[in-house]
Design a protein around this ligand. Structure first.
Ligand SMILES: Cc1ncc(COP(=O)(O)O)c(C=O)c1O
Length: 408
């Protein structure tokens, strides 16, 4: 049973007040709150077995190494990777995608090649490709977004050419909420002999993801968007591809042997984890994965879908509202919107006065904003601890905001 009342007790921050009102946290797409189990896991690490990994033979180092490796295995199981060595810990989705872009461009891309992304990408799956395309002279193409916020699969077919070496797409949009048919797209991409990368920052935290079923080559996500601390992220890659991939950062831990005139590299995943790792946060990510697994990702998805449908039903009829993206059936628990004649920052500020945290701005997707012909939007996003009562309060404040601006 998915018991929200019980879940909420695990999140100390939900007891606090903001502007003398109980906090209602609806900014989960940006980052999620942390349960006491994750916080305790950090306290436990630093209080009881803090030591560097892989180097020492002493007890603390053995304990931290074991816990850190176990965290890789937990994450691997969570996304159904074949082997835990297919899990590389990074800082976040952005670093995972930069690692891929910088490593792949040296071996897989030449002048005249093409990389295909989409118009709904977060800057972290756009800017690295854009920057490198200018430096190296490969072409960057964009799959279009349809007026109802879906990927235009016809434009995918037209844009895939023998020159397309890499296709990198978001699994779920952080603006539109759209869940893209990644498994189906992956087949088309592989039929074209292109590498397939998935930005899973907004999917792995919200619904079950099985990398073997998706058959993607690489997949990236962030711990902080799924109850874990900031500063820890994940790059999944198929073992043989990771073995062939050039290392990104060079130095300690990622080597096997070093001479004055040559170097060989460590096995995966350590080849990609240069320098002292973010050990405590990595272990805490394992705890977050335990927490979500216990809830069951199907249940997490169902809960979010119910909340999204509930909010959507009430929002769609509000005066002067513009909702972005597809109907709730095809989306995650994120709703971007604008109110006619009201700046999104004003909506967010008025919400904050009532203790409600939502986001406003371009959501790190400026090109998509231009496509939508807006400079920004307000955005409410839900997670495991949110309730229908909180949504009622959010709608109440939204209605008041509309009335207030009408009188002006
Ligand atoms: C779809 C998507 N990709 C990538 C990112 C970047 O995540 P991070 O800032 O944790 O690197 C985000 C963050 O909001 C996102 O929503």
């Amino acid at each position: 049973m998915f018991n929200v009342k019980k879940i909420r007790k695990d999140f100390p921050i939900l007891k606090r007040k903001v502007n003398k009102k109980p906090l209602i946290y609806l900014d989960n797409t940006a980052t999620t709150q942390k349960p006491k189990q994750v916080i305790q896991s950090l306290v436990d690490f630093y209080s009881n077995y803090n030591a560097n990994v892989h180097r020492g033979l002493h007890t603390l180092s053995e304990e931290s190494s074991e816990a850190y490796e176990q965290a890789h295995a937990k994450v691997g199981n969570f996304i159904h990777a074949k082997f835990s060595k297919e899990i590389v810990f990074t800082r976040n989705t952005t670093e995972s995608l930069n690692l891929l872009a910088y490593s792949l461009y040296r071996t897989h891309l030449s002048k005249g090649d093409e990389v295909l992304i989409s118009q709904m990408e977060h800057h972290s799956n756009l800017v690295p490709w854009l920057y490198l395309s200018k430096k190296l002279g490969f072409k960057l193409n964009y799959i279009q977004v349809t007026p109802n916020g879906l990927l235009d699969l016809n434009s995918l077919q037209n844009l895939l050419t023998p020159k397309t070496k890499i296709v990198s797409l978001t699994h779920a949009s952080n603006v539109l909420g759209t869940i893209n048919p990644i498994q189906e797209i992956g087949k088309t991409v592989h039929d074209n002999n292109s590498l397939f990368i998935v930005d899973a920052a907004q999917s792995v935290p919200h619904f079950p993801v099985n990398v073997q079923k998706l058959n993607c080559d690489f997949l990236a996500f962030s711990g902080h968007k799924m109850l874990a601390p900031t500063g820890i992220g994940v790059l999944y890659g198929k073992e043989d591809l990771l073995n062939d991939l050039e290392p990104f950062l060079l130095g300690g831990d990622m080597i096997s042997e070093v001479f004055f005139d040559s170097v060989t590299f460590n096995e995966v995943p350590w080849k990609f984890e240069a320098g002292t790792s973010n050990i405590g946060d990595g272990i805490a990510l394992g705890t977050a994965v335990d927490y979500l697994s216990k809830l069951g990702m199907e249940n997490v998805q169902k809960h979010e879908q119910e909340l999204t449908q509930y909010a959507w039903n009430q929002m769609q009829d509000l005066e002067g509202i513009q909702l972005y993206g597809p109907k709730p059936k095809y989306r995650t628990g994120v709703i971007s919107f604008n109110l006619k004649g009201i700046h999104p920052h004003d909506i967010a500020s008025l919400m904050d006065q009532e203790g409600i945290a939502i986001r406003s701005g371009d959501h790190c997707a400026q090109p998509l904003m231009r496509e939508l012909k807006i400079s920004g939007s307000a955005r409410a996003s839900f997670y495991v601890y949110n309730t229908k009562q909180e949504i009622d309060r959010f709608i109440f404040v939204l209605k008041n905001t509309i009335q207030m601006f009408k009188k002006k």
